[in-house]
Design a protein around this ligand. Sequence first.
Ligand SMILES: *Cc1c(COP(=O)(O)O)cnc(C)c1O
Length: 446
Amino acid sequence: MTTLEQSRKLVTEIPGPGSVELSKRRVAAVSHGVGVTMPVYTARAAGGIIEDVDGNRLIDLGSGIAVTTIGNASPRVVEAVQAQVADFTHTCFMVTPYEEYIAVAEHLNRLTPGSYEKRSALFNSGSEAVENAVKIARSYTRKTAVVAFDHAYHGRTNLTMALTAKSMPYKSGFGPFAPEIYRAPLSYPFRDGLIDKEWATDGELAAERALNIIDKQIGAANLAAIIIEPIQGEGGFIVPAPGFLPALRAWCSDNNVVFIADEVQTGFARTGTMFACEDEGIEPDLIVTAKGIADGLPLSAVTGRAEIMDAPHVSGLGGTYGGNPLACAAALATIETIELDGLVDRAKQIETVMKDKLGRMQADDDRIGDVRGRGAMIAVELVKSGTAEPDPELVKTLSAKAHAQGVVVLTCGTYGNVLRFLPPLAISDELLTEGLDVLAEILAEL
Ligand SMILES: *Cc1c(COP(=O)(O)O)cnc(C)c1O
């Protein structure tokens, strides 16, 4: 395990000469279709710090998009993966299986919301797990249609591109997309409130709007599943108004429609509960997890009611690498770390620090339209002074300047005007505050 000093330090310009050199090689060797947020090349990472190849130490407020939630190269994970790689690297669970896969499934069945009997199946990426959740729901209901929501992000494979809402950069030019996917309006309190105050605060009313469309345009008789992120990730960290998710959940139960929670980004302590659905006591039929599950090793899962999960025929689910033993070892160590180190509570503390600071910034800056999110998943939506008009240019400038000062921040949102924070839960309050101070200073100067 590398010990990495937990402080921000710039020894070159950002990007430094080593990174500039690697960027040249990247442009020559890597498909230009793969974009890069910040052309600064990583040498090491731990806690709240990423050290680049030039020796600069950056504050990490992104966790590799909500993946290294427990901290990069977290000690228990390093130890577990090193032990596993020496034992065996792969046999394929569908050929000669192994205990680690079962143990991960047992933990998922225990930790996910709902006290009913559950099963899990493991895959490699969030998209792959979402695709499998849809397969399972169709197999169980014998119906085909699937509803996703405005601003949704569910991945980049063909079926998940169809579920994802935003055209650029995720879908444009990559169609045709999978059929039988429909879109319903979300509850987006900040923007709904501009139209009607009640819509912003009454989630049941917003659910009624969505369910009306679902009922009239698709019909429950044809609908296999509704898939929704309990807090939207790429779409802008949109937290639906209270009551929205429970109303959808209840309607699915009444109509033999599988309720799928996509917790790829929100899962594993990120939002101050183990899973974001817990906040309103939602018990999804199927829950999709990935990102935070294994501290960066590729792993994803579908977990849910036994009768639904067992619906597909034997060998209908699987894949060569799904539930790879190294990834499973990392997941077991990740879950142990979350539980033993009290990281769910740590996410709540991080929320307090961030909301306090960002709330004070909002109070004297009318370009901060909204501060929202839960736990260590917090965002600010930036708008043209005193209006609700999205200001993507401001977000672009702000994040570029933050990068130059050694703070890794990410952006998101349908309108590209949301600055999002996904710090690792291993970050210190000092680093977190320093990162936010840097942003506040830049914003004040702009
Ligand atoms: C990232 C993400 C996915 C896709 O996961 P990949 O591992 O990138 O395929 C799906 N759903 C949500 C909510 C995500 O944030």
